[in-house]
Design a protein. Sequence first.
Length: 381
Amino acid sequence: MLSKRLEAFQNRLRESDIDVSLITDEDNIYYLAGYYDYLHMDFGRPTVLIIPKDDEPVLITPMLDFNSAKILAKVKNISPWNDGMGNEWREEIPARVKSAKKVGIEMNHIPQIVRAYLNDLVSKESLFNISGLLSDMRMIKSEEELQMARHAGQVASAMMWAGREKINSGIPEYEVAIATSQAGTRKAADLLNRYYKDKNMSPNTQFLQIMASGEAITQTHHRATNRIMQEGEPVFLCFCGMTNFHRFKLGFDRTFWIKHLPNEADLKVYEVALESQRAALKALGPGVRAESVHAEYAEVIQTAGYDYPFRCGRATGFSFLEKPELVTGDKTILKPGMVFAVDGSVTVDNFRAQVGDSFIITEDGYESITDHPKSIEDVII
């Protein structure tokens, strides 16, 4: 699969008359070379995948990760660099770019230190943004990626059920986070053992649990804290960061209440959130413009008297955010093989409700890959 991706990307470079590309985004390096979990810019250590249009790629990576690179990276040429030795990560780059008329970079993802070095080697006019080439490639998932998406949905569903079962009066939020992480890790471990050969891929869920309860419910990306949940309170669980199975990401969230129905105003907010997602899903399918899905969702929310909402959804894959987005202005035509997180959400001053799921676009509609009840009767726990 990786060799086909590299070949397809080099074909795109040739079609665009780009002589060589420097890939620095971690997710794109994984997508093209299978290399992951290395030290990178968080630790001040550039990793660069150089892909010429007509030659073998070369991977530049810290010496600390050389052994991992030899095992994981699906490229023949690996150039490790060490602190203070020679020109460090810069050693390989000059010979690869100085004779190139066009050098492709990911304009919005290239580390500043690498960009500044390139500016000293080639003219600004020689640099071209190749982010679009890669994002277009990544929109349609392969059958292998779709299997990962479905398995990621199983991991997410296991986490949601575990979190739901832990929510109760007198329980601190962090206990819910522990429960979801354990459930997701165990489900991921089982799936990796049964379906995948990569023994280096970790099953452990990552990312701090997004959740909020009580008065914190309006804080969209609130993390689990020491706060003790109380009877009658709303609780929001979101797995948009933690669902990261075999590096495939999804969106998935629910709003719950502890033991009692919400008040009339909050109940209306929740019902409109549900209806807005239903409206989006009625529009979701092949041949539809991305922005039209958002328009249907926004129409429900605004007609009910609430403020214009944030985007309805986003494509996911090996990145949390991929192309296209279900938002005003994105005119991309949806096609089979795309994967989307699709939300329904309403926010007011003292409450917000959100339900979100992930879907694969099919030839005649969509396939749901997350599963948890969301009718009002089903979210009272």
